[in-house]
Design a protein. Structure first.
Length: 262
């Protein structure tokens, strides 16, 4: 996109020339994902070949709001002051930017599907910083646009963090599966969403630093809250942390298989 992207250790992505106004947006060139991101497609193809039929392969993209917040803030943020200021003071610019991001994101997910991804996930890490009214006005139409444009025969997981007040709106935006972080009770959240949609989650990633009996206890609690309803995908409530003991991950997987075996 010509905005200058780098990764600093411990800070995640950094945008060197953030988008803050209409003139910044006007300078973004047309984006052809098959040309600029072909290396991702090649990686997916290699993974697909290596996995064969043994494991499904999940594609991935950041959701429009999370991508927009990086573009506007220039990196991670606590208050999202620049992002919200743009939303509130330049709504037309905001919607044009989000529409552009939505179209590129849909093309990016479809490229991964064409390369061999069986499922795709839309990851909205920062959307929980919005209230329901702002989500409805500034985010929902664009997330819905992405999901509607993804290949209809490919399941899509729609995930966000700190979204306890947004779950019904996320369901409205779409997705075959709604991802839940650890801040919500899985049973209660699923009842709110309706059992005609699947859910994914929702163990706290830090729980993997506990002793294995405690990890098993927490896994059992989550499975109990799912209450045997079909469509629960056990997972962490967010990304795994780099320092996580690998043997604890293996113990969790084994526990879930053991406890959920039919």
């Amino acid at each position: 996109m010509g905005v200058g992207l780098r990764y600093d250790q411990g800070d995640g992505p950094v945008i060197e020339r953030p988008l803050r106004q209409e003139s910044d947006l006007a300078g973004i060139p047309p984006i052809d994902v098959t040309e600029s991101l072909d290396f991702v497609a090649q990686a997916v193809k290699l993974a697909r070949q290596a996995l064969g039929d043994r494991q499904p392969l999940i594609g991935f993209a950041g959701a429009p709001f999370t991508l927009a917040s990086y573009l506007v803030e220039g990196g991670a943020s606590r208050q999202y002051q620049a992002t919200k200021t743009l939303m509130y003071t330049q709504p037309d610019t905001w919607h044009r930017m989000m529409g552009m991001i939505a179209d590129v994101t849909a093309a990016y997910l479809n490229m991964q599907i064409d390369a061999g991804a069986d499922v795709v996930q839309l990851f909205d890490s920062w959307v929980g910083n919005l209230g329901p009214d702002d989500y409805r006005r500034f985010v929902l139409p664009h997330t819905k646009r992405v999901i509607a444009a993804v290949r209809p025969d490919t399941p899509l997981i729609h995930f966000g963090t700190v979204t306890g007040t947004l779950l019904e709106l996320m369901r409205e935006a779409g997705g075959d599966v709604i991802g839940l972080d650890w801040r919500v009770d899985l049973g209660e959240a699923w009842r709110r969403l309706g059992y005609d949609v699947s859910v994914q989650g929702n163990l706290d990633p830090v729980a993997l630093f506990a002793e294995i009996p405690e990890i098993r206890r927490r896994a059992r609690e989550i499975l109990d809250r799912a209450d045997g309803h079909p469509g629960h995908i056990f997972n962490l409530g967010h990304g795994i942390l780099p320092q996580t003991p690998v043997d604890h991950v293996i113990a969790l997987v084994d526990a879930v298989h053991e406890m959920s075996r039919r």
